[in-house]
Write a protein that binds this ligand. Structure first.
Ligand SMILES: [Zn+2]
Ligand SMILES: [Zn+2]
Length: 269
């Protein structure tokens, strides 16, 4: 399963810094490629890493704060310049289409490919995507605006005695950003091999984290422990914290197998 990996395209919060741009990740599962969130700078990082967009058919957007979707119009316009013809599927809450459509009509009306919007309900835990080897479920999160994370499951079809098929999960990856500490997500992500959980703030900024509905590194670690996760990846760092190792120092005593997301990182899933 070495072909299942996560590429960090952006791991900062709203304000870009010298080393971080806003959220974006590429999830490769088998031969499938998914983009999760598309902050400003995501396309640039993909270009820098030599990542081609030909195999990218699906984009998942967690919520409509700009640091998770401002990169979309640039990406979709560039795909048009690259003469893309295959459709692109976007899974997001319905308001995204309302916001994006006028920009697409203005900048990208002559594109040769279809953009298919799939409206999702971020308040409900449900399967929103399924093919033969991968399924994606929403993870309702607790943030200032309607937000959901995504649970990627590598599945295998097993034939049952009656001749019908069942989907057996082999490996799971959970993306949880942005959210304040919420134990409600634990049953949804229980037993996940890899968990990305935002850790915008340090313990010293705990009050601020509650005000703006984000998490500290310790919050992320507590959720990882409660969910029996295999590994925790921290990210969505506040621009006010330059030294990311401080997040690790606060998470590790609670959940040992924690690593930091840094831009351009490729992490095996
Ligand atoms: Zn954010
Ligand atoms: Zn947000």
């Amino acid at each position: 399963m070495a072909d299942s990996r996560l590429t960090i395209l952006g791991c900062g919060s709203a304000k870009p810094t010298k080393t971080t741009s806003p959220s974006g990740q590429l999830v490769d599962l088998h031969d499938k490629r998914f983009l999760v969130d598309c902050g400003e700078g995501v396309l640039l990082t993909m270009q820098r890493l030599g990542i081609r967009t030909g195999r990218l058919y699906s984009i998942f957007i967690s919520h409509l704060h700009g640091d998770h979707c401002f990169g979309l119009i640039g990406l979709l316009t560039t795909l048009s310049m690259l003469k893309r013809t295959q459709p692109m599927h976007i899974y997001a809450q319905p308001d995204l289409q309302k916001l994006l459509q006028p920009l697409l009509d203005y900048h990208c009306a002559d594109r040769q490919y279809d953009i298919v919007f799939h409206p999702i309900n971020p308040r409900k835990h449900e399967v929103i995507y399924r093919d033969r080897t991968v399924s994606v479920e929403t993870i309702p999160l607790k943030h200032g605006v309607p937000t959901c994370g995504f649970l990627f499951c590598e599945t295998r079809r097993v034939k049952k005695e009656d001749g019908s098929f069942d989907h057996v999960t082999r490996k799971k990856y959970a993306y949880c950003s942005d959210t304040q500490y919420s134990e409600k997500i634990v049953p949804v992500i229980d037993g996940v091999e890899t968990l990305y959980h935002e850790s915008t703030f340090l313990q010293s900024m705990e009050e601020r984290s509650k005000e703006v509905k984000h998490s500290t590194a310790a919050d992320a670690a507590k959720i990882a422990a409660l969910a029996h996760a295999g590994k925790l990846i921290l990210g969505h760092y506040s621009a006010r914290v330059e030294d990311h190792s401080l997040f690790l120092d606060e998470a590790k005593p609670i959940f040992e197998n924690t690593i930091l997301a840094e831009e351009n990182d490729v992490i095996e899933l």
